[in-house]
Structure formats: structure tokens, C-alpha cells
Design a protein around this ligand. Structure first.
Ligand code: AMP
Length: 171
């Protein structure tokens, strides 16, 4: 049994001074740790039925696709502006460092579909909150917001109070 926490590397002052970046690449590079992490994230969902897993660019894609496969659900990428080729809807959001917008294909989710949102890190919650808005605009039902890492001191949870939330590692 590997300790997932030991595969998360702190990078100080990246991408800006004062930020401690949680680097998950050591976790991704170890097949056993990666499998254990995917299994543990899956356990957080607790047998709930999910139609679509929405993964947030870009680090939400790694475990998001593994979760979708386990849940027998489809995978929907949410991407930075002008990356998705078809018709999109867009939401702007604030980051722990800067601000940006996120887009989703308009036909990604059908009205009433049960959605799991996944990302690697919940920091201030601005990103997750914007993605919840995208999913709701398309009529999706958010079953859970699911994170590998929660930076509890940033209170990101408070930005997504309406939705069930689960995280594997808390700092
Ligand atoms: P936020 O909108 O502040 O919750 O930021 C969450 C998004 O930014 C996620 O997509 C993360 O990948 C990234 N992020 C924010 N802070 C960190 C951090 N300290 N380490 C790694 N990624 C981060």
C-alpha cells in the first residue's frame, strides 16, 4: 500500500512568488500509486450513478478520465479559451494566481444528466465554481465535486456550497 501523499511534491514560488504548487507528476509517474489514487478517488463517489465526468484543464484530465472509465461514464473536457473546436459556452473565473475563462462544448451534457466534476486541486474555488455554472447552464445535475487535493486554508469549499464535495488529501 503506497502513501499517495508521498507522491505529491511541493514546489515553492511556482508559478509566482508565495505560491506552493502541489506537483502531482511524481504520482502520475508511479503506476501503483496512480492506480491507488484512482481507486481512492472512485471510493469517494460511493456507488452514486454518474453519466458524465467533467475534467478541468489540464491536470483534471488525468484522473478524470480514469474515473470516467471506472464509473462507465463519458468524459467531458473543460478547456481554456479557444481550445475546443465546436460551439462552446464560457465562464470567467478567478484563480489563486490570476484570472481566466473556461469553456465547454454546448452539446457536452444533456439536460438531467448526472455529473461528477473532477480537478486535481481545490484552491480558492473560483475554477470549480465556474465549471459548476457551465454544467448548470447545460441542465446537468451536479452529483459531486471531486478533488485529489484540497487546500483547506483557502476555503474553496465556500464557493461551491450548493454541491456535495469530496477530496482525498487535505492541506
Ligand atoms: P482555484 O480556482 O483557486 O480553486 O484554483 C484551482 C485550479 O488552479 C486547479 O485547476 C489547480 O490545478 C490550480 N491550482 C491552484 N492552486 C494550485 C496549487 N497550489 N498547486 C497546484 N495547482 C493549483
Amino acid at each position: 500500500m503506497k502513501k499517495i501523499q508521498e507522491f505529491i511534491r511541493d514546489i515553492h514560488d511556482f508559478p509566482k512568488p508565495g505560491i506552493v504548487f502541489k506537483d502531482i507528476t511524481p504520482l502520475l509517474s508511479d503506476s501503483e500509486a496512480m492506480k491507488e489514487c484512482a481507486d481512492a478517488l472512485y471510493d469517494l463517489i460511493n456507488d452514486k450513478k454518474i453519466d458524465k465526468v467533467v475534467g478541468i484543464e489540464s491536470r483534471g484530465f488525468f484522473f478524470g478520465t480514469l474515473l470516467a472509465e471506472k464509473l462507465k461514464a463519458g468524459f467531458i473536457p473543460v478547456r481554456k479559451p479557444n481550445k475546443l473546436p465546436h460551439n462552446t459556452i464560457s465562464e470567467t473565473y478567478a484563480l489563486e494566481y490570476g484570472s481566466d475563462a473556461l469553456e465547454m462544448h454546448t452539446d457536452a451534457i444533456k439536460r438531467g444528466e448526472r455529473v461528477l466534476i473532477h480537478d486535481d486541486v481545490l484552491a480558492t474555488g473560483g475554477t470549480a465554481s465556474a465549471v459548476c455554472k457551465l454544467v448548470e447552464r447545460l441542465g446537468g445535475k451536479i452529483v459531486q465535486c471531486n478533488f485529489l487535493i484540497e487546500l483547506e486554508f483557502l476555503n474553496g469549499k465556500d464557493k461551491i456550497p450548493k454541491y456535495p464535495m469530496a477530496s482525498l488529501l487535505k492541506y
